[in-house]
Design a protein around this ligand. Structure first.
Ligand code: KIV
Ligand code: ZN
Length: 390
């Protein structure tokens, strides 16, 4: 059975453990996968794609154990369009309270060449494989891989076949990160309008970030009617990665005024899972990454620091605690001003009189010109005799 979804509720599907792990070098151990799956389940992710059971014995065992330990989340496994893959997938996910089989095949002209199938032959295969999956499991997701480069008439035709064969979610992958926001929206709108049975299933959006548009494309698809976003923590994934879960979830929360859709994700758990995924995958998060980067809540320039001290909303559109970060930071560097230096000194236990502040500020600027960042120890060393400890 498909997950019932209200008009404004967007399901969050996480594929960190499948598409994310497909990043070269991001392999995680069995124990790490169990830990990440539990964190995803606890934070309210609706569907966890736990792996690709036919890919290896290790993947099979991880998906199976994640399914056995699952709490609220639907546990999904990936399978290609053949009975052996689908059966293996079912063997692993069937242990979940809420299992899902996800099966796919490349439908674009380029991808049809790989198995060497005609359009009709592929259409028959889709009917057979989705029907087979549906006989095993009442929750079946089907994906036409490279959907955004598939002819529209053929895409409509195969989606209709998959729905008739029992698919409950139709995922529209932008496999190579080729689409753009307007086109992403138009495609979903066209499919909802033209495909018979479209109103009985959930459309999902699955974007890759090759042109840096994965988040924008996913949100545009939601505005057009998609009700499941496929994403990964930190945007981990093939090549330039997938839509980042933390970005779409926070965008829907912060800009709910213009995108009135809700998710079930507890956003205060974002920071801890981001850090853990970075550790176990070995993929550090870039400093200026939206939401979870080291600098996402850091302000160095004097004007910004002064504004932050007066009212954080001057330079922050979300609160650090909303993503589970204790506080914003005002690192001191050559762009910093007196207000931040004074506040920092106070935080370190030193209440400076105006004349002392003026003196320390001159020496601080000299030092900051030589150093990228000025640390607490540097500041304490700058203090002369006669400074009062508060
Ligand atoms: O990007 C893609 O097309 C995929 C499919 C397997 C859904 O990851
Ligand atoms: Zn993908």
């Amino acid at each position: 059975m498909n997950i019932p979804t209200e008009q404004d509720r967007v399901l969050i599907f996480d594929t960190t453990l499948r598409d994310g792990e497909q990043s070269p070098g991001a392999t995680m151990t069995h124990a790490e996968k169990l830990e990440i799956a539990e964190m995803l389940d606890d934070m309210g992710v609706d569907i966890i794609e736990a792996g690709f059971p036919i890919a290896s014995e290790g993947d099979f065992n991880a998906v199976k154990e994640i399914a056995q330990r699952s709490k609220d989340a639907v546990i999904c496994g990936l399978s290609r369009a053949n009975f052996k893959d689908i059966d293996r997938c079912w063997e692993a996910v069937k242990h979940a309270g809420r299992p899902r089989i996800h099966t796919f095949i490349g439908t674009s002209p380029l991808h049809r060449e790989i198995p060497g199938l005609s359009k009709d032959e592929m259409a028959n295969l889709i009917h057979e494989t989705v029907s087979h999956a549906r006989n095993l499991c009442d929750n079946v997701q089907w994906s036409p891989m490279d959907a955004t480069r598939t002819e529209h008439d053929y895409l409509c035709r195969v989606i209709e076949i998959a729905i008739k064969a029992g698919a409950t979610t139709i995922n529209i992958p932008d496999t190579v990160g080729y689409t753009a926001p307007r086109e992403s929206a138009e495609l979903i709108r066209m499919l909802i309008e033209k495909v018979p049975g479209a109103d009985e299933i959930v459309f999902a959006t699955h974007c890759h970030n090759d042109l840096g548009m994965a988040t924008a494309n996913a949100l545009a698809a939601v505005e057009a009617g998609a009700r499941q976003i496929e994403s990964t923590i930190n945007g981990l994934g093939e090549r330039a990665g997938n839509t980042a879960l933390e970005e779409v979830v926070m965008a829907l929360k912060v800009r709910n005024d213009i995108m009135p859709y809700t998710t079930g994700v507890d956003t205060t758990r974002i920071m801890s899972i981001s850090r853990r995924v970075a550790q176990v995958s070995g993929f550090p998060v870039q400093f200026n990454k939206a939401i979870v980067g080291k600098n996402a809540f850091a302000h160095e320039s004097g004007i910004h620091q002064d504004g932050m001290l007066k009212n954080p909303q001057n330079f922050e559109i979300m609160r650090p605690e909303d993503i589970g970060l204790a506080e914003s930071s005002l690192p001191l560097g050559k762009h910093s001003g007196r207000a931040a230096l004074k506040a920092k000194m106070k935080g370190l236990g030193y209440e400076l009189a105006d004349n002392q502040l003026a003196d320390v500020f001159v020496r601080f600027k000299e030092l900051a010109d030589r150093k990228k960042e000025v640390f607490d120890e540097d500041l304490i060393a700058l203090l002369g005799d006669g400074t009062d400890a508060a």
